[in-house]
Design a protein around this ligand. Structure first.
Ligand SMILES: *[C@@H]1O[C@H](CO)[C@@H](O)[C@H](O)[C@H]1NC(C)=O
Ligand SMILES: *[C@@H]1O[C@H](CO)[C@@H](O)[C@H](O)[C@H]1NC(C)=O
Ligand SMILES: *[C@@H]1O[C@H](CO)[C@@H](O)[C@H](O)[C@H]1NC(C)=O
Ligand SMILES: *[C@@H]1O[C@H](CO)[C@@H](O)[C@H](O)[C@H]1NC(C)=O
Ligand SMILES: *[C@@H]1O[C@H](CO)[C@@H](O)[C@H](O)[C@H]1NC(C)=O
Ligand SMILES: *[C@@H]1O[C@H](CO)[C@@H](O)[C@H](O)[C@H]1NC(C)=O
Length: 471
């Protein structure tokens, strides 16, 4: 984990130092209830703008500027904010848009914004959606089904901006690993479906037998994104826990998490539909931890035990290698490109299968906007730069935000959910120091503690670009 350039500000009882308070621009701000408070990288501001949500996962803005949130086990929430500019926002209204407890992660809107998709472990549902009114049709249609399995139950949804009508669905694996070795099982796969004309679909697509296969042998690729220039599809993979090599425990730093490439949704099918290794072959993160590591470097595929049918050589030859490999167990859950395709932001939910916790951060990966490829080599160990972190991993997961969903708003701000803490944050690149605005009275020490709209007590905090950062 890189920590260079990440400023850590010590808070005393939720109060900023005087120097930072003088620069506070927001009339009212929330602060996380845990400490140490999150830190943001130099050149960024971040702020907590909503809390007390049960389990916020995927997030997305609608065409009216409202934030839709999948609240796992509850339904879809719709939040509107009073926007005082910068990162100064306050919840205006909140509503339970869709009351359906089976919804657990996936969320997407059609290109025209008039159809809302959300997923349960079994199905993708489609509602008619009126963004202005903030209402959905009474009964959803099931458009894709037959996806149930135990263990890994999220079905991430992504509507293509390049190939109108296409929706990508990523399905995680079951605890019966052998199922993932059968293409027809539909387990641990990413598929794309054409939903351009819903009225022509007389019955739901069966995930196992329909759609366009983008990749399989993908244990749990929870984050999926489309490069805005080339249309290249990338996913981020949560690899296995408890890996061994010839009976030796090598799980601390292996296998690596993966950034995988799945080609394009146009007529070109290069780099598409391949097997990415799970459950037979895994990506190396730390070669030194692996016995018999001849020929193994970061990102090469290895076998847990070699026999007549599986060797490291066959793993490298028969399976698609990651485009980038990330540290083991960081648990990437979302990936979103910026507008020009020069960066991809990745949320890392954080480890549980590791002595010293890792992840628990929002990070960024540099891309070449023209080729749509990461700028780092496949064997790089330095492709990630941290944007927002929990400064002390020894208190994770208990006292740490755990990032999940990302969404850009029309003002270029990046929004992020944290499911364990029930929070929504907004982040903005800023190289200037914010000053008090006309609409927002600058906070003085006396207004340090305020009630949020949810009625909870939070301390004051403000992230100030470039010099004094905290939340
Ligand atoms: C959601 O639906 C359940 C079950 O139908 C119902 O008991 C509950 O009151 C509803 N919640 C809201 C906020 O409408
Ligand atoms: C799921 O697909 C399999 C294989 O096509 C089929 O046998 C099974 O009946 C389907 N299950 C459901 C619930 O549709
Ligand atoms: C959608 O499908 C229905 C039923 O097949 C057909 O009548 C209709 O013309 C189609 N609409 C478009 C825009 O293709
Ligand atoms: C699909 O998109 C890729 C990347 O933009 C491009 O190189 C390729 O030519 C396209 N294929 C077709 C058939 O348009
Ligand atoms: C594992 O152990 C076997 C038997 O000792 C040996 O032949 C093999 O090379 C070892 N390495 C791997 C990677 O399986
Ligand atoms: C080789 O190992 C794989 C994975 O552990 C196993 O599925 C396969 O049955 C083994 N093959 C032989 C011939 O032992």
């Amino acid at each position: 984990m890189k920590t260079n350039g990440v400023a850590k500000v010590a808070f005393a009882a939720g109060l900023l130092s005087t120097g930072a308070l003088a620069q506070t621009a927001c009339a009212s701000v929330l602060s996380p209830s845990y400490s140490p408070l999150p830190a943001v990288a130099s050149g960024w501001q971040a702020q907590l703008v909503a809390g007390s949500i049960k389990k916020p996962r995927s997030i997305q803005f609608d065409s009216a500027g409202a934030l839709l949130i999948v609240d796992s086990g509850n339904g879809v929430l719709r939040y509107t904010f009073t926007d005082n500019g910068g990162t100064c926002l306050q919840v205006d209204k909140q509503q339970l848009l869709i009351n359906q407890t089976s919804l657990n992660h996936g969320l997407a809107l059609s290109a025209d914004g008039r159809t809302l998709y959300a997923s349960s472990v079994e199905s993708v549902f489609a509602w008619e959606y009126d963004a202005q009114a903030g209402t959905v049709g009474a009964t959803p249609r099931v458009v894709i089904n037959n996806m149930s399995n135990n263990d890994l139950v999220t079905r991430t949804l992504l509507v293509s901006q390049k190939q109108p009508g296409y929706i990508i669905v990523s399905r995680g694996g079951s605890d019966d690993l052998a199922e993932a070795t059968v293409l027809g099982s539909g387990i641990s796969q990413i598929r794309a479906f054409n939903l351009a004309n819903l009225t022509s679909i007389s019955k739901p697509y069966d995930f196992e037998t329909s759609g366009r296969l983008l990749g399989w042998g993908l244990r749990n690729s929870v984050g999926v994104a489309e490069h805005p220039v080339t249309g290249g599809i990338y996913s981020v993979e949560n690899s296995i826990d408890g890996v061994t090599r010839n009976g030796t425990d090598i799980h601390e730093n292996n296998p690596g998490e993966e950034l995988n490439f799945h080609g394009y949704l146009n007529a070109t099918t290069d780099h598409q539909g391949g097997n990415y290794g799970f459950p037979k072959c895994f990506a190396v993160w730390d070669p030194q931890e692996i016995p018999d590591n001849t020929g193994l470097t970061v990102g090469t595929q290895f076998a847990m035990t070699e026999n007549s049918t599986i060797t490291d050589e066959l793993c490298a030859q028969d399976y698609v290698t990651p485009r980038l490999t990330f540290p083991a167990h960081q648990a990437p859950l979302d990936i979103k490109f910026n507008t020009d395709g020069s960066e991809a932001y990745v949320t890392f939910h954080g480890s549980f299968d590791k002595t010293n916790p890792v992840g628990y951060a929002l990070s960024v990966v540099a891309f070449d906007p023209t080729t749509g490829e990461p700028t780092a080599d496949a064997s790089s160990t330095t492709a990630l730069s941290d944007i927002m972190t929990n400064p002390d991993h020894t208190v994770c997961p208990g006292k740490c935000f755990r990032p999940v969903g990302l969404a850009w708003d029309t003002k270029g701000r990046l929004w992020m959910s944290s499911d364990s803490t029930g929070e929504i944050f907004v982040l903005q690149k800023s190289t200037t120091t914010p000053t008090a605005t006309a609409s927002g009275t600058a906070n003085a020490a006396g207004t340090a503690w305020q009630k949020s709209t949810a009625g909870l007590c939070y301390g004051v905090a403000l992230a100030v670009g470039g010099m004094m950062m905290a939340l």
